[in-house]
Design a protein around this ligand. Structure first.
Ligand code: ADP
Ligand code: ZN
Length: 723
């Protein structure tokens, strides 16, 4: 009899398939193999047959043979269980989850060098505009032809032309160079007694080598990072690997620097901005166990660590840990599951923990370590309200007089100020003064947002851009377009008018689009080259600028307008986090919050510092509504390019909704974001009691339906977005 192997291929449309294993190939569950599929060859992983039913039973004599086995460590059982769990829980194809584990296809084959390209410095005479643009944008970066073309926003051909002309030349990059080892004893800080006690609890958990989810709840500036670094040191001493998840790739660069100060060398970074050669090197080092500490975005969670000893989720309350397309998982939840499968501690660090996490602590399922005071005698900032119904900004302005005065005083003392407004661009809405025409995205139910810095109108949902037209497309009136409402660019204009001497910087995903840009911003802040930062939620996270002493929140009511179940909590977290940037050094900090609703519970909690009663009230409200974490939601989102098809598909699903005790189905109804990227959207919302296996219900429910071909159905389990 032939030996068979069940293989999960990197093809999301397929479940596992069986193959014949010839004598020269030794495989075991977890082996990474190459298998034929039709005329193609695909990588895949050998799975236990009883853990995953085959898509197609094939007799022994018709099995096709495996083509090869990669010379890589097999995926461990703990990771295979995590992949199964994630696929099952989030109703995703197992192969789509596997793809996140085998995240660098090019890393599999073990080639040791990659040919990259970089500018030689030789500039040929008579450059075409495209070639000139390419050389300017590439500057001193290097990468594959594809990667350089993307950076330069030109075709591959332009880059190849520059190679022929001698302006760009190949360089061999070795991708198996070892990473330096972080040294746990490089520069140990003197911890305060509270910090030491917290650090001891974490290091004990690392040494115990059992599953232990722990909330590290410490106010902003209390030294959470210093404390969890001690846990990282403990993992290093025992030779095991650590994964640190950060919510935003803009935070990686400052983190790498800080880590290198403590441990003598930088950790391995993993995020979407890596070049292929960097991904390949990182992936292989992670799989071999050589990469001792990896810091990354949520996608780092599924990598095949050889000997993981600790996971840290920093800023664990952040909504950006929720992936909103493809496999719609929540990295905080999956991190805890991975900790369970690996039998290791998982530390969730936050100054504003999510209600879901607090509830786990309250029920004794998660441990809790607290840091109630800032480090080094720094005090918590003083938070005060500016009531916009009394203190009105001038017409067409957004800074109320008390905030203007506070900024002025701050600048006079030579200190830095931060103005927070969670809106990119110049103005959220542009309309025609003459006929009232509003600029809407042709692909989405969304206004086009004016960006003056790039002289464009842009859709923040699909990326559609257009130049701002001189004349209204509706009534043809010229120069009649008016900007409505403020974005950060408009606040920057106002700041420039009010404080002409001050040096300002705008911090949004438009300006800090890469880790390098973020590092540049941090350096300029630290060097005192910026007086006023105007930023979106991107500046609320993690940064530590001792000379920043004033934070102004331009519109505290903005976050409440969305109105989903987490709006108040999110608003509280965001303002508490941005407030936490003030006064982190020796100088005390001050926070001014502009609002039309000073009596709103969120605002009152922020001003009084009484987070506990705010959270208690929010938690009660969730409990009585049966909302998470006391009940569960799952969204079913139907989309199609055709309006009728979307509606019809949603109706078919709605009509087939099963009657299940403890479960209710709302909708279908057009989604608030009724059109996105040219697809019409309909939503159904499933609300269930906590103990119900909603996934199983939905799987059976949707599984038997015959749906129109052009419609896409996505299930969002534990949704964070209700748009
Ligand atoms: P958090 O993450 O809780 O906001 P951080 O870990 O960023 O706080 O610490 C705030 C600042 O205080 C950082 O600059 C950090 O280096 C410094 N700090 C905290 N604890 C210590 C310590 N024990 N010794 C020296 N510096 C510390
Ligand atoms: Zn759009």
């Amino acid at each position: 009899m032939n030996k068979r192997a069940r293989v999960l291929l990197l093809n999301a449309a397929l479940g596992p398939l069986d193959y014949r294993v010839d004598r020269e190939h030794a495989v075991e569950p977890g082996s990474i193999v190459l298998a034929p599929l039709g005329p193609r060859q695909l990588a895949g992983v050998v799975w236990e047959p009883d853990a995953m039913p085959s898509d197609a039973e094939v007799g022994d004599n018709r099995l096709r043979p495996l083509l090869g086995v990669y010379d890589l460590p097999p995926l461990k059982a703990s990771l295979r269980r995590l992949i199964e769990w994630t696929a099952d829980y989030y109703l995703a194809p197992p192969a789509a989850v596997l793809r996140m584990a085998l995240a660098s296809a090019s890393a599999l084959d073990g080639v040791r060098t990659v040919t990259e390209y970089r500018a030689t410095g030789h500039v040929p005479p008579r450059l075409t505009p495209q070639r000139a643009q390419a050389l300017e944008r590439i500057d001193n970066r290097q990468g594959l032809v594809r990667e350089l073309a993307t950076i330069a926003d030109v075709s591959d051909g332009v880059i190849r032309g520059l190679v022929k002309a001698g302006a760009i030349a190949p360089v061999e990059v070795r991708v198996d160079d070892p990473y330096p080892l972080p040294d746990p004893d490089h520069l140990q800080p003197d911890l305060s007694p509270e910090q030491q006690a917290a650090a001891d609890r974490l290091t004990q958990a690392v040494d115990a080598r059992v599953f232990a989810p722990i909330l590290l709840d410490g106010v902003t500036g209390s030294g959470k990072t210093e404390v969890y670094f001690e846990a990282v040191a403990a993992a290093l001493r025992s030779g095991r690997q650590t994964l640190v998840l950060l919510p935003e790739i803009a935070l990686t660069e400052p983190f790498l620097k800080r880590f290198a100060n403590r441990f003598g060398s930088a950790p391995v970074a993993w995020h979407s901005d890596l070049r292929q050669s960097q991904r390949r090197r990182a992936w292989r080092a992670i799989a071999s166990g050589e990469a001792k500490v990896t810091v990354g975005a949520r996608s780092a969670l599924f990598l095949p660590y050889r000997d993981l000893g600790l996971i840290i989720v920093d800023e664990a309350h952040e909504a950006s840990f929720k992936q909103e397309d493809g496999v719609m998982y929540h990295a905080r939840d999956v991190a805890v599951m991975r900790g369970g499968f690996e039998q290791i501690p998982v530390v969730l660090a936050s100054a504003t923990p999510a209600i879901e996490t607090r509830q786990q602590v309250a029920q004794g399922r998660y441990g809790e370590v607290k840091l109630p005071a800032r480090f080094g005698g720094a005090t918590m900032p003083d938070i005060a309200v500016i009531d916009l119904t009394h203190d009105r900004p001038d017409r067409g302005r957004w800074l109320a007089p008390p905030l203007v005065d506070a900024v002025k005083e701050t600048l006079e003392r030579g200190e830095q100020a931060l103005l927070f407004l969670n809106r990119r661009g110049y103005a959220p809405l542009t309309l025609c003064r003459h006929c009232g025409h509003r600029f809407q995205c042709p692909n989405c139910t969304a206004w086009m947002v004016e960006h003056r810095l790039t002289a464009r109108l842009a859709c923040h949902h699909c990326g559609h851009v257009m130049p701002p037209p001189r004349a209204c497309p509706e009534c043809k009136e010229e120069d009649a377009l008016v900007a409505c409402g403020p974005g950060v660019e408009r606040i920057a204009d106002e700041a420039a008018l009010l404080f002409p001497e001050a040096r300002t910087a705008i911090v949004t995903s438009d300006t800090l689009w890469s880790p390098a840009k973020a590092a540049e911003f941090v350096n300029r802040m630290e060097a005192g080259e910026i007086d006023i930062v105007i930023g979106t939620q991107l500046v609320t996270k993690g940064y530590h600028f001792p000379n920043l002493t004033l934070v102004g929140v331009i519109d505290a009511d903005l976050g409440l307008s969305g109105g989903d179940l987490r709006a108040a909590e999110r608003s509280f977290q965001q303002i508490a986090q941005v407030a936490g940037r003030a006064g982190r050094g020796a100088k005390p900090g001050r926070v001014l919050v502009q609002t039309y609703e000073p009596a709103a519970p969120v605002i009152r909690a922020l001003v009084s510092g009484d987070a506990d009663s705010f959270y208690a009230a929010e938690t009660d409200a969730r409990r009585s509504a049966g909302a998470p974490p006391f009940g569960r939601f799952a969204a079913i989102v139907v989309s199609s390019e055709n309006l009728d098809e979307a509606a019809e598909t949603a109706r078919i699903i709605g009509r087939a909704a099963p009657t299940v005790d403890g479960m209710q189905v709302y909708g279908p109804a057009p989604a608030p974001l009724a059109m996105l990227r040219g697809r019409h959207r309909q939503r159904l919302l499933v609300h269930a009691r906590r103990a119900l296996d909603v996934q199983d219900v939905i799987r059976t429910w949707l599984g038997k339906l015959d749906l129109p071909r052009g419609a896409r159905v996505a299930v969002d389990v534990d949704p964070y977005s209700f748009l």
